[in-house]
Design a protein around this ligand. Structure first.
Ligand code: ADP
Length: 414
């Protein structure tokens, strides 16, 4: 089956076409036909596509909304220009898998999108006002462009964390606020954690119950997850993705009393303070330069920029704190797993984060760590009690596989 995987944002649409079915899933032989992104939807949009041979193409088109962008993409894919022999017409696209950010307490696994499921996703808008409305737009765009018969599946960022125990997901605020408004920790990056936990099992030839790791997803958004016995046991992001680690533009943990203090001192509304913590904080806020770790490391190397150094130090310190806390909370783990743009590519950040874990039985193999750039592998020295791995994430692959499994009624454990 040719599955189109969609991730729709406020003015962007990321897409991948993946050929997969039960046999290919079992043989780990799925085929990625192309990936791409439409940016600046609403005006003169930029469409970037990368085919399986690695060749990139950049196009521009006037695309007023997400349905127009989707229509443009699928017609391009089906045209001779794309060179994708598996998709000769729109009818060769068999199902659509969507990344949906928030599934609340209702969605504990991926689901075929029916009217009822759509209503459920709508009911989570309150919890993810920045994300779910865009995901819904993507779903409606598919109905618009392909018609109501096209099978669609929603894969939720929160679903993997449905196993969190109460002591991890409840905040210590009056309990009735949880009952009234479902204020609790949901956790995010769940599809990524599910994927890296699965790859880790394969790498070590472990079963799910043998999987005890602290995983760090370090990209623009950053989070940590304690995965015990193959399930999510604790995670750093909370009711929204703002809590936890230092991120590109998000502060992560702060004393909540700071919010009203900033509001009063700066004459801002609470909403504006939340925006400040979401968009102007993190690496960007501390460095005053950029939210981009690679650029920050460049500034440090070229100009010995003091605040770039500070931003990186705070970033690594927070990550170390979470690893230590999770190791304690889960009663130890066998490995730390790095993923996400920073986790997969920056050996120096990995080394800084892993500093000082000798007490837990971890020492990095410098050579292996340096070589593991964007590729899967162990980076700790042989025989460590606590190992370390780099496992590039592939959320889209998991979304494509879940789409197939949901449609065929096959189990797809989160
Ligand atoms: P997103 O969370 O948007 O999917 P990514 O997972 O692609 O983002 O991560 C983006 C981050 O990864 C950026 O901060 C970028 O600088 C960082 N990054 C990518 N490659 C490197 C590298 N070689 N060294 C350091 N940071 C890197």
């Amino acid at each position: 089956m040719n599955i189109l995987v969609l991730n729709s944002g406020s003015s962007s649409l990321k897409f991948q076409m993946i050929a997969t079915d039960m046999e290919r899933i079992r043989g780990d032989a799925d085929e990625r036909l192309l990936r791409g992104e439409v940016e600046r939807i609403g005006g003169e949009a930029i469409v970037t596509v990368q085919k399986s041979d690695g060749l990139k193409e950049k196009l521009t088109a006037s695309l007023r909304d997400i349905p127009a962008a989707l229509d443009f993409v699928i017609r391009w894919v089906a045209s001779d220009r794309s060179g994708i022999t598996q998709v000769r017409s729109v009818a060769d696209i068999h199902a659509i898998g969507h990344r949906v950010v928030h599934g609340g307490e209702q969605f504990t696994e991926s689901a075929i999108i029916t009217d009822e499921v759509l209503k459920g996703i709508e009911s989570c808008i309150d919890l993810a006002p920045l994300h779910n409305p865009n995901n819904i737009k993507g779903i409606l765009a598919v109905r618009d462009v392909f018609g109501p018969k096209m099978p669609q599946v929603a894969v939720f960022d929160t679903a993997f964390h449905h196993a969190l125990p109460e002591q991890a997901y409840l905040y210590a605020i009056p309990y009735h606020l949880y009952l009234r408004y479902r204020i609790r920790r949901y956790g995010f990056h769940g599809t990524s954690y599910r994927y890296v936990a699965y790859r880790y099992r394969l790498l070590r030839n472990f079963t799910r119950p043998q999987t005890n790791i602290v995983a760090l997803h370090l990209g623009n958004g950053c989070s940590a997850a304690a995965i015990r016995g193959g399930y999510s046991f604790d995670t750093s992001m909370g009711m929204t993705p703002l809590e936890g680690l230092v991120m590109g533009t998000r502060s992560g943990d702060v004393d909540p009393a700071i919010l009203s203090y900033i509001a009063v001192k700066e004459g801002l509304s609470l909403n504006e303070v939340e925006t400040l913590l979401n968009k102007q904080s993190g690496l960007l806020g501390i460095s005053g330069l950029t939210n981009d770790m690679r650029v920050l490391q460049g500034e440090l190397a070229d100009h010995d920029d003091r605040r770039a150094r500070l931003a990186i130090e705070i970033f690594c310190h927070r990550a170390r704190k979470y690893i230590g806390a999770f190791l304690a909370a889960m009663g130890g783990a066998d490995a730390i797993v790095f993923t996400g743009g920073i986790g997969e590519n920056s050996s120096t950040i990995r080394a800084r984060i892993c500093e000082g874990f000798a007490w837990a039985g971890l020492s990095l193999d410098e050579d292996k760590n340096k070589k593991a750039v964007g590729q899967e592998g162990i980076i700790s020295a042989e025989g460590c009690r606590l190992a370390a791995y780099v496992i590039p994430t592939d959320e889209e692959l998991l979304i494509a596989r879940d789409t197939v499994r949901c449609i065929l009624g096959e189990p797809h454990p989160t």
